[in-house]
Design a protein around this ligand. Structure first.
Ligand code: 5AD
Ligand code: SF4
Length: 442
């Protein structure tokens, strides 16, 4: 009988992409995906160690899998991803019912494990070179993730990534362009380029160094690719050539994610972010000068060790000044093995972190709502994804600015339709497909 698998993914887009690679690999091994872990012979978890909330959800899911295995002893349980990598073989001490554990660079080892006759639990955590090419199972056929680099050479003091994903290594330029060409021939219209520090791409390539901006140009030149996104860049490497690519290339979306982390230069230094508040604001000014309509989104951490009320005020000020279209906000939580986890001075009490978070979210949402009003009255090209989540009589899609648009009209997923925007909240836009324009676009 065909073996069945289920994968639960926690954390970031990099993990979502890794899960797609895991699924692609499992399908080539003859496994079929099922909707619930209870129906599976192989239950996998792709873990994250950045957000604490994901950890507790993961433990709850794992407990469920353990009970399922108790009644079905042949079931295999695997734990992959950053959390597994950060504790390595301790996975088996903490959860003795786990059969296989592997780090983010070791997905291919899962296949080795499954096809061997191994009866004992195994862990795979050695960091090797670039992960082998694996088939991917794409969640949305129109969209593909493309991992352009792995690892990160920065040393942000709160971040677990450098120790779990290793040194930065870029995939060869020509191979990437070939892959995008293949994807486009397969029907993909939108690609998201992925890397922990995506715009540092190419510096390590030999004999010829490449830049991230060159890659944007080459991907934009591929026929059929209409939208190019990328995540996550580091403000340090957001150079003018990248900003100009946004201005000059039709496919590069008018959206930039520019992680701030803190608006206080003192805290940024303690975070080892390599830029000050002023340099960050200079980047924003450069972006707004060349591409004024671009949406800016960000990541912010509140309650980093040593963050005073004054430091926090500076974060609020930057948010007021920039006016982000949206922000991911995190409460600082120490991660084992990171520099910040060893910091003992100026620790921010939990209730203060929560209170700061509430104030931050208020500013972010108010500014996002204000910024979003610029879309009202305009007609935006919306890439249709399917029915709207809240109202099935409507459709849902995304604007080039990465805003979710719920709209009335008739269209098929994959179509790009002009939508007249009638209302905007901090997170979503509402509108009506412009019928005449739709007919002429076909
Ligand atoms: N505590 C809180 N937030 C963190 N992030 C990374 N590490 C931590 C941590 N230890 C946040 C950063 C990063 C995002 C992906 O997660 O804001 O940009
Ligand atoms: Fe972590 Fe900093 Fe590298 Fe991002 S840039 S992955 S936050 S070390």
């Amino acid at each position: 009988m065909q073996k069945r698998y289920h994968v639960t993914t926690f954390g970031c887009q990099m993990n979502e992409h890794d899960s797609e690679r895991m699924k692609g690999m499992l399908e080539t091994l003859g496994y079929a995906e099922v909707a619930e872990p209870d129906q599976a012979d192989l239950i996998l978890f792709n873990t994250c160690s950045i957000r604490e909330s994901a950890d507790s959800r993961f433990i709850a899911h794992l407990g469920h899998a353990k009970r399922h295995k108790r009644n079905n002893p042949d079931v295999l349980i695997g734990v992959g991803g950053c959390w597994a990598q950060s504790v390595k073989d301790e996975v088996f001490q903490r959860f003795p019912f786990v059969d296989v554990a592997f780090g983010p660079g070791q997905i291919h080892k899962l296949a080795e494990f499954l096809t061997s006759d191994s009866l004992t639990a195994q862990g795979f955590f050695e960091f090797e070179d670039f992960p082998a090419q694996l088939p991917t199972k794409r969640a949305r056929d129109l969209h593909a993730w493309l991992q352009i680099s792995v690892g990160c050479n920065m040393k942000c003091s709160y971040c677990i990534v450098p120790s779990t994903r290793g040194r930065e290594s870029s995939r060869p330029f020509d191979g990437l362009v070939e892959e995008v060409t293949r994807l486009a021939a397969d029907g993909v219209r939108e690609v998201t380029l992925l890397g922990q520090n995506v715009n540092a791409y190419g510096r390590d390539l030999r004999p010829q160094r490449r830049t991230f901006a060159e890659l944007l140009h080459a991907v934009d030149a591929v026929d059929g690719i209409e939208r190019i996104r990328y995540t996550s860049p580091h403000p340090q490497d957001m150079k003018e050539d990248v900003v100009l690519a946004h201005r000059d290339l039709a496919g590069v979306c008018p959206h930039m994610h520019l992680p701030l982390q803190s608006g206080s230069s003192r805290i940024l230094k303690a975070m080892r972010r390599t830029y000050s508040r002023e340099r960050y604001l200079d980047r924003v000014a450069l972006i707004r000068e060349h591409v004024p309509d671009t949406s800016l989104t960000t990541d912010i951490i509140v309650g980093f060790p040593g963050e005073t009320e004054e430091d926090f005020q500076q974060t609020l000020e930057v948010c007021e000044e920039v006016g982000y279209d949206s922000a991911f906000t995190f409460v600082f939580s120490p991660r084992r093995g990171t520099e910040a986890a060893e910091m003992t001075e100026g620790l921010v009490p939990h209730p203060v972190k929560i209170e700061r978070m509430e104030r931050l979210v208020e500013v972010v949402q108010r500014r996002a709502t204000e910024r979003a009003q610029r879309f009202v009255g305009r007609t935006l090209d919306v890439l249709v994804e399917g029915p709207s989540r809240n109202d099935p009589t409507k459709l849902r899609g995304r604007s080039p600015h990465n805003k979710v648009v719920n709209f009335t009209g008739v269209a098929t997923p994959g179509d790009i339709v002009p939508v007249h925007i009638t209302a905007a909240t901090s997170q979503t836009l509402a509108g009506e497909a412009s019928l005449l324009a739709t007919a002429s676009a076909r």
